[in-house]
Design a protein around this ligand. Structure first.
Ligand code: C2E
Ligand code: MG
Ligand code: MG
Ligand code: MG
Length: 285
């Protein structure tokens, strides 16, 4: 009987691995046509100044609604898009959408409004990335310093030389680069010295327990101090409570992002809630 149980467990795991890879293949197959079928949408989440709650930008976040699979979360399909190479065409489309909307919002949102776009490692390593970005910014006639590219530490490990070149080329045309999910990798400190980052985004896993975890508080304070000393802008992501918000503002984080201020929403809603509401403050200081 015990032997049977063991065999069943084995079969169960085998089945699970099989199901996972079938699901992955299904997602990859469906994702291939998603863009053409109009199933992808870019949502926008507000970025607000920690000092006074004023809108200072938005992060573009990809959404996929499949007729049968429903809403597929980015954490599920982005890695598959990355591995299959589909991220290159999808990513260019996101960039184009984001810059297009930013161009429309520019006047209402003011000169310091920044649109942030995530670029995956595979996409970043594509030859001609800098040209693609430059062309996109020019096509939509937005000032180059209105676009920020968000990358994760994973990018920096593979081809540090080429990545650094590309980042310098972006810097030269005025497009800034942010280090996303800061603190979740292995050697963030050396990366900050070696690559020309403009911004760090402190990962939301450090923000979550700020109110009752003294170690997380210490780490966040240290990260902000360090970024300050290096002349980097600090964005805190995943801000959900007033307590977190006040703590981060007090510690002189520059920008806050999180459900407390607003979730990612479709562009029409972003226009209604934020762009057409220039006097809106996420909070009164
Ligand atoms: P990310 O770039 O770190 O984006 C922030 C994530 O945190 C988003 O998840 C956002 O919805 C979520 N978030 C924001 N505020 C809060 C909060 O207060 N609480 C909680 N619990 N979560 C919050 P989302 O949209 O599911 O995206 C997940 C990841 O997928 C992104 O993480 C990014 O790595 C990737 N991604 C999304 N869109 C794109 C894209 O267009 N291109 C690429 N390459 N990656 C993308
Ligand atoms: Mg991001
Ligand atoms: Mg992040
Ligand atoms: Mg993330």
């Amino acid at each position: 009987e015990a032997k049977d149980a063991g065999r069943n467990t084995f079969r169960f795991f085998n089945q699970k691995i099989h199901d996972d890879s079938v699901a992955r293949m299904e997602i990859e197959r469906e994702l291939r046509g998603a863009l053409d079928r109009g199933e992808l949408q870019v949502h926008f989440q507000p970025l607000v100044a920690a000092r006074d709650g004023r809108l200072v930008g938005a992060e573009a976040l990809l959404r996929w609604t499949h007729p049968v699979l429903g809403r597929v979360p980015p954490d599920r399909f982005i890695p598959i898009a990355e591995q299959s190479g589909l991220i290159v065409s999808i990513g260019s489309w996101v960039l184009d959408q984001a810059c297009g909307h930013a161009a429309c919002w520019r006047e209402a949102c003011g000169g310091d409004f920044v649109i942030a776009v995530n670029v995956s490692p595979r996409q970043f390593a594509t030859p001609g990335l800098v040209d693609t970005i430059r062309a996109c910014v020019e096509r939509h006639a937005i000032p180059r310093n209105q676009l920020e590219i968000e990358v994760t530490e994973g990018l920096l490990i593979r081809n540090p030389g080429e990545v650094r070149e590309a980042m310098l080329a972006l810097e030269a045309i005025g497009v800034t680069v942010a280090l996303d999910d800061f603190g979740t990798g292995y050697s963030s400190l050396s990366y900050l010295r070696a690559f020309p980052f403009h911004t760090i985004k402190i990962d939301r896993s450090f923000i979550r327990d700020l109110s009752d975890d003294a170690e997380d508080c210490a780490l966040v304070v240290a990260a902000i101090r360090m970024a300050r000393a290096l002349g980097l802008r600090v964005v805190a992501e995943g801000v959900e409570t007033e307590v977190q918000s006040r703590f981060l503002a007090h510690q002189e984080s520059d920008v806050l992002q999180g459900y407390l201020f607003g979730p990612p929403i479709p562009p029409e809603d972003f226009v209604a809630d934020w762009v057409h509401n220039p006097s809106r403050r996420a909070f009164s200081s």
